[in-house]
Write a protein that binds this ligand. Structure first.
Ligand SMILES: *Cc1c(COP(=O)(O)O)cnc(C)c1O
Length: 217
């Protein structure tokens, strides 16, 4: 599909939903992709990227950042507490604050370094046991905790269960965000970003529809 088509489809979805054109940030998810594909998207002028793993991102982005100005890097994968410091150094936004222990680690690092990237709380909207995230019923309390720690909280993030209609989960996330006075909604991937835009996504995370399928072999 490619970058241009995805941008166009986002714009169409924004207008169809009566939203402001350009009000959705497109995060190009570059995990696992060959460097040439990522470089091609950088050459096209795109600057906002998402990565899942600290170590993988450390391997490619310092180099790209030297060659391309204005790169903004988003962490969208699970973060181990012992990698939080590295994540603080590398990422501009963290979408996967998913447990109290990580929040207190962020607060300690913020105090120590004088800096904290904007964060999203990951909500396990499908209440899937194997999936990271705060349960919907515990989200309000966790939002309060994160705010009390003084972290720059921007919004909520979710990854809907594969077998379910994602719109139900996007709507739930939007409701939780609204009642907590949060503007950011990180939701929507290659297969469902238009539905996410329709329900108010401020950040969509699109990988394979831009870069092609990932080859894990
Ligand atoms: C890999 C990934 C994406 C992108 O998935 P695609 O289906 O390739 O668009 C989005 N969000 C998260 C959290 C991911 O891990």
């Amino acid at each position: 599909m490619g970058l241009k088509e995805i941008r166009e489809r986002i714009r169409t979805a924004e207008l169809a939903a009566g939203r402001l054109e350009g009000s959705t940030e497109l995060i190009a998810v570059s995990k696992v992709q060959p460097l040439e594909r990522v470089e091609a998207v950088l050459e096209e002028g795109h600057r906002v990227f998402g990565e899942n793993r600290v170590q993988e991102a450390q391997g490619k982005w310092p180099d790209f950042r030297e060659r391309f100005d204005g790169v903004e890097l988003h962490l969208i994968g699970p973060l181990q507490t012992n990698k939080a410091r590295a994540a603080f150094e590398l990422f501009d936004v963290i979408h996967t604050l998913d447990r109290p222990k990580l929040a207190t680690t962020f607060a300690r690092l913020a105090e120590e370094t004088g800096h904290c990237p904007p964060v999203f709380i990951q909500v396990n909207t499908g209440e899937e046991p194997q999936k990271a995230g705060i349960l919907p019923s515990e989200t309000d309390a966790f939002v309060t905790q994160v705010r009390d720690l003084g972290l720059p909280l921007r919004g909520l993030m979710c990854i809907p269960p594969v077998e379910e209609e994602p719109s139900l989960h996007f709507a739930l996330l939007a409701k939780l965000a609204e009642r907590n006075g949060l503007e950011g909604l990180s939701m929507g991937m290659s297969g469902d970003f238009e539905r996410a835009v329709a329900l108010g996504a401020t950040h969509v995370r699109v990988g394979s529809a831009i870069f092609g399928e990932r080859d894990y072999s």
